[in-house]
Design a binder for this molecule. Structure first.
Ligand code: ADP
Length: 260
């Protein structure tokens, strides 16, 4: 279980995450929704251990920044950061060695094949188009096959084949019992099977509900999104569906510094 408790993060005076709390149940797929600037990337980067913040984050009881916790988490960043002087296959091998993977060649070939990069194996990072960089970014994140995977806007910049392939892959990971957190600001892109949605706005968690609860209330994800972010028919959302964070005050525990 991944447990995020009262995480507050400020960039200077800008409160990016304000006492954010939620848990990810093992084997569940959680969609993290919110408009641009809601704090989605910041909470994901905090979980993966890239930022300093106040509050606590644990994975199966271990601090998120511990070596053991890092080993079970994978991260697909929104912006790929590739090495211009490494080829596609060298990027993959570099990650495989960093994670001390054995017999990784078959898995590398499988991922490059699924995301249509097999014929680009010898291309250097700076020779790839934006979309290809995005696909390599995905393959790198998926390669170690972690138990918990955090994806920040993973569908952005992908071509239709890669979007379809990624959605299929997400479903396969769901069936394999992986725990996933997928952020997006595009509600229409959420047409895969998911278990829970967390809606953030202005650094706060505005709603934290299961698919079952939304379906039971006869609502669509879009209905809920606009109810909680624009106050439309807000009273229609049951108070139990709204998180405690909605009424919490602004953060006081300013985290010092930026990157961890
Ligand atoms: P989202 O992923 O939901 O679009 P972010 O977490 O990227 O939101 O941003 C939350 C807030 O923090 C925004 O106001 C954004 O401008 C600010 N922010 C994000 N990253 C930085 C940074 N490195 N330095 C300063 N402010 C930042």
């Amino acid at each position: 279980m991944l447990d995020v408790r009262e995480v507050t993060k400020k960039y200077g005076k800008n409160l990016a995450c304000d006492h954010v709390s939620f848990t990810l149940e093992p084997g569940s797929l959680t969609v993290l929704l919110g408009p641009n600037g809601a704090g989605k990337s910041t909470i994901i980067k905090s979980i993966i251990g890239f930022l300093k913040y106040s509050g606590s984050i644990s994975i199966n009881g271990l601090p998120n920044k511990s070596t053991q916790a890092r080993k079970i988490m994978g991260y697909i960043p929104e912006m790929p950061s590739l090495y211009p002087n490494l080829t596609v296959v060298e990027h993959m091998e570099f990650i495989a060695r960093a994670y001390k993977m054995t017999n990784y060649k078959e898995r590398i070939n499988m991922l490059l094949d699924r995301f249509e990069l097999s014929d680009k194996k010898k291309k250097f990072g700076d020779e790839l188009s934006k979309g290809m960089q995005q696909k390599l970014n995905l393959c790198i994140g998926l390669l170690p096959d972690p138990d918990i995977i955090l994806m920040d806007e993973p569908l952005l910049g992908l071509d239709p084949h890669a979007i379809k392939e990624l959605k299929n892959y997400i479903e396969e990971m769901r069936q394999a019992g992986k725990t996933m957190l997928i952020s997006t600001h595009i509600i229409d892109s959420v047409d895969m099977l998911w278990d829970r949605t967390i809606i953030m706005q202005k650094g706060q968690v505005r709603a934290n509900v299961t698919k079952h609860e939304i379906d039971g209330a006869g609502k669509s994800l879009e209905d809920l999104f606009f109810e909680v972010t624009e106050g439309i028919e807000k009273e229609a959302v049951s108070s139990s569906s709204l998180s405690e964070e909605e009424s919490s005050s602004s953060g006081k525990d300013e985290a010092k510094g930026e990157e961890a």
